[in-house]
Write a protein that binds this ligand. Structure first.
Ligand code: GAR
Length: 207
């Protein structure tokens, strides 16, 4: 059974999707053993507590920079014996020291079809604002491994969502979450835990 550690900063609807799928037996060979939040007020913490999952708070504001923060986080992840780290609305760019320590063991969910609308500065609602501004017909979500390039790691799963007339960033965000993120994140987590992901030259094959 792999220890899954989920990192959060906000509302935690993706965490909730993982918890729900876990309770339905759809996360095979893995268990959410702990949730770590960069934000003491994140509602995600309450979601974890309501389901008896251990939580830690590691506030970003207590650290001078992302490097110092990542060192402290690395310590915590080692103590918790993380096998898989899931960034579920985690709003801090991790330092390479942590990424190298957990190479191909950190996955992130991004609310767009990478390589569109991604990279530095593209997070949360802003991603959907940019998609609507551009007038694309399709957007969606991507689950990918984390490497040292922001949103640049090997893609595990993607799901497209159509833009509709009258969409606002908020409406689109909700549809992308419901139709894409909440489905492909738990799927990718289960595939990882079942050791069904093969990585070859920045490509991921499902075996
Ligand atoms: C989600 O849409 C997630 O994809 C996005 O933030 C939201 C968090 O919601 N993440 C990023 O933009 C990372 N670049 P949640 O806290 O309800 O899961």
């Amino acid at each position: 059974m792999k220890n899954i550690i989920v990192l959060v900063s906000g509302g935690g609807t993706n965490l909730q999707a993982l918890i729900d799928k876990q309770e339905q037996g759809e996360i095979k060979n893995g268990k959410i053993s702990c949730v770590i939040s960069s934000n003491p007020n994140a509602y995600a913490l309450q979601r974890a507590e309501q389901h008896g999952i251990k939580t830690h708070v590691l506030p970003r504001k207590n650290f001078e920079n992302n490097h110092a923060y990542s060192l402290a986080l690395l310590d915590m992840l080692k103590q918790e014996q993380a096998d898989l780290i899931v960034l579920a609305g985690f709003m801090i760019i991790l330092d390479k020291i942590l990424i190298q320590a957990y190479e191909n063991k950190i996955i992130n969910v991004h609310p767009a079809l990478i390589p569109a609308f991604c990279g530095d500065g593209f997070y949360g609602l802003h991603v959907h604002e940019k998609a609507l501004e551009k007038g694309v017909k399709l957007t969606g979500a991507t689950v990918h491994f984390v490497n040292e390039i922001c949103d640049g790691g090997a893609i595990i799963l993607q799901k497209a969502v159509a833009i509709q007339k009258g969409d606002t960033p908020e409406i689109l965000q909700k549809r992308v979450m419901e139709q894409a993120e909440w489905q492909i994140l738990p799927q990718a987590v289960s595939l990882f835990c079942e050791e069904r992901l093969e990585i070859e030259n920045n490509h991921v094959w499902i075996i």
